[in-house]
Write a protein that binds this ligand. Structure first.
Ligand SMILES: Nc1nc2c(ncn2[C@@H]2O[C@H](COP(=O)(O)OP(=O)(O)OP(=O)(O)O)[C@@H](O)[C@H]2O)c(=O)[nH]1
Ligand SMILES: [Mg+2]
Length: 211
């Protein structure tokens, strides 16, 4: 067994995917509390999941520098000492080259999932630390607030800014979002910065939601 930061991951399996609108979550993820990762395409959702699970060398979630890599809703079943949980890798939005048809499909796929799941305990909303929230991010955040979903904000690619700029960006984005600073976690999958904090915050979220 290996330790990933302070949280011990006991096992990780790919549980399956939702590729079609209205399809239900894979059976082997059924009954597990779910945490979904939301954000624009290329922001780093799949990379973050791999890093959290200690799977950077043998990625379990597919990563690409080409936006639009994740097209399905992928479920990863995790057993860990913060509990058993399904991490849900959502396809990214705001993919500039996506035709309208793909955008509509994306919306209906995500909507179908969100409206059918009773196991979703929270959403990790990813925002690129260099750019702050885009218009699409704001729409996603608004939607999550409207449905009363607990949200943790992760600022990705923190390694791309020098320490001083990073600090300023964190303060600015946190103020702009109007949330508490402990709800905003800067991360880097390259350095591992913020991963311990994120796992701890997820542990708390799962505890608060009765898991
Ligand atoms: N420098 C740096 N690059 C990162 C970091 N996280 C992700 N990346 C890079 O960003 C690109 C996109 O990462 P993905 O994890 O595939 O992004 P995604 O959000 O899953 O994208 P979609 O599947 O298209 O929605 C890849 O080239 C990653 O290597 C980070 O913390 N630092
Ligand atoms: Mg992805």
């Amino acid at each position: 067994m290996k330790r990933n930061s302070d949280v011990r991951i006991k096992s990780v399996d790919f549980a399956g995917a939702i590729g079609q609108i209205g399809q239900s979550a894979p059976q082997s993820a059924e009954g597990l509390p779910q945490v979904a990762f939301s954000g624009r395409s290329n922001v780093g959702k799949s990379s973050l999941i791999n890093r959290m699970l200690g799977r950077t060398r043998t990625p379990i979630a597919r990563v690409s520098s080409t936006p639009g890599k994740t097209q399905e809703i992928n479920f990863f079943r995790v057993r860990s000492d913060i509990g058993d949980v399904a991490l849900v890798d959502l396809p990214g939005y705001g993919f500039a080259r996506a035709p309208d048809e793909a955008r509509v499909h994306w919306g209906r796929l995500i909507e179908g999932f969100l409206s059918s799941t009773e196991d979703l305990r929270g959403v990790v909303q990813l925002i690129d630390i260099r750019h702050g929230p885009t218009d699409d991010d704001r729409k996603a955040i608004e939607y999550l607030a409207d449905v009363g979903m607990p949200v943790l904000f992760v600022l990705t690619k923190a390694d791309k800014l020098k320490p001083q700029k990073r600090k300023a960006a964190i303060a600015e984005i946190t103020a702009g979002l109007g949330v508490e600073s402990d709800q905003v976690i800067p991360v880097s999958v390259l350095s591992g910065h913020g991963i311990t904090e994120l796992l701890a915050a997820l542990g708390e979220l799962l505890e608060d939601s009765g898991e």
